[in-house]
Design a protein around this ligand. Structure first.
Ligand SMILES: [Zn+2]
Length: 415
């Protein structure tokens, strides 16, 4: 990374930290923000000026400075009447939410899009969802400030068009930016779903903490990161190499010449342990009852033993398969999310059991947590990105640059 890019990234991160501090503790003075974040007065001033200019933050009053000096101006988020819209496409579900400036999700809807056959049909679903959310926001007297659409897969540079979404080929060709643009008169951002998940799962105290987030649903994703340094750029963009491209772990070829994968190669981790593969395996063994991934999860979540055992077994195998990475990197935290652990609690334990087998049972270096309800995290992340990137140009570059550049048609991002 160049020195300039480095500097801009640091600046983007500081702006986010300042905004988050105001969101959590506002009304708050600039002096207090500086003290809490360990930042100098001049730097805090630069960032609060930007936030005030964008009317994201407003002055709400003054506090006496304990008898000495001028009273301090208190700042708070412009909490009244403003909202952002976030949408996440995570096959087979399209979900959307409206979030107010205090980070509260005030409206939420979702649609099953598993039967969608073309990107035109998907565009209609997106449009209907947006209209529904827009009407609900109006009914609550909320004015939209910006919108963010999060989608896994490869995006076309400069537009919002999906080029390659392996787990939902019908989505290829959808230009989410265009669809939303026709309905909403606000800035619209299309970003990789991974960014939204990371942003949604972000906590302020992560600055010193190395976190590996595992996403387990139709595919398998892995994102390493360090708090606000966010890991968006902490991996190389060349596909096919585990070490250089750790986030695309699902399509790392671990067993050359092995089972065919949906991405066109053979022997990917996902070809064995992604939700697609697990469902396919079930259907191969039980040709008399073909089921979908959703049905498999539904039956396992109702504690039907055959389905439950199958998922637990694969959870353990996935933990073992990723365990070697954790043994090498020893992250401070391992977080698990995704449709499979959301639906089947035993999958969480089985996964961690598998990890521990690989890194040694006694006193692993890492703490483990199941993050919970992936779609909520995706929506929260999409909404927060919509708020943050609107006035934070370097952050937008960090977030959206990632999938579009240097990629080839074979690059797949968190399937
Ligand atoms: Zn693959």
């Amino acid at each position: 990374m160049t020195q300039l890019a480095n500097m801009l990234e640091k600046e983007a991160v500081t702006l986010v930290r300042v905004l988050e501090q105001i969101r959590r503790e506002g009304p708050i003075s600039q002096v207090e923000i500086g003290q809490k974040l360990g930042l100098g007065r001049a730097i805090v001033n630069v960032h609060t000026k930007k936030l005030l200019a964008e009317r994201v933050v407003v002055p709400t009053g003054e506090r006496e400075a304990g008898g000495m000096g001028r009273p301090r101006v208190l700042l708070d988020l412009a909490r009244e009447g403003k909202a952002v819209l976030g949408i996440a496409l995570d096959s087979p579900v399209l979900s959307g939410a409206v979030m107010d400036f205090s980070n509260r999700i005030v409206v939420r809807h979702e649609r099953d899009v598993s039967e969608v056959k073309s990107h035109e049909e998907l565009a209609e679903h997106v449009a209907q969802l947006v209209q529904q959310l827009q009407a609900d926001a109006r009914a609550k007297s909320l004015e939209l400030y910006s919108a963010c659409f999060s989608v896994p897969g490869l995006l076309e540079d400069g537009t919002g068009r999906i080029l390659n979404y392996v787990n939902m080929p019908a989505a290829n060709g959808l230009d989410a930016k265009q669809v939303l643009g026709q309905l909403l008169g606000v800035p619209i951002y299309v970003v990789p779903l991974a960014s939204a998940i990371y942003w949604g799962g972000l906590e302020s105290d992560q600055s010193d903490q190395q976190i590996f987030q595992v996403i387990w649903d139709l595919g398998v994703g892995l994102m390493p990161g360090r708090g606000y340094e966010v890991g968006f750029k902490a991996y190389a963009r060349k596909p096919g190499q585990v070490n250089n491209n750790i986030r695309d772990i699902g399509h790392a070829v671990l067993w050359p010449g092995g089972r065919p994968c949906y991405c066109g190669r053979r022997g990917c981790l996902e070809a064995y342990l992604g939700g697609h593969a697990i469902t396919d395996r079930w259907n191969e063994r039980h040709p008399e009852e073909r089921i979908t991934f959703s049905q498999l999860l539904d039956r396992a979540s109702r504690n039907e033993p055959a389905y439950l055992n199958q998922i637990a077994r694969q959870g353990r195998r996935l933990g073992e398969a990723l365990g070697w990475i954790f043994a090498v990197h020893q992250p401070g935290q391992i977080k698990l999310s995704g449709q499979i652990p959301d639906a089947v609690p035993v999958a969480r334990d089985a996964f961690w059991d598998g990890v521990c087998r690989r890194i040694g049972e006694d006193q692993p270096q890492s703490t483990f947590s199941y993050v919970g309800d992936t779609r909520s995290i995706e929506l929260l992340g999409s909404c927060r990105l919509a708020l943050h990137v609107r006035f934070n140009k370097p952050l937008l570059d960090i977030v959206s640059d990632d999938d579009a550049s240097e990629s080839t048609a074979s690059t797949i991002v968190v399937g």
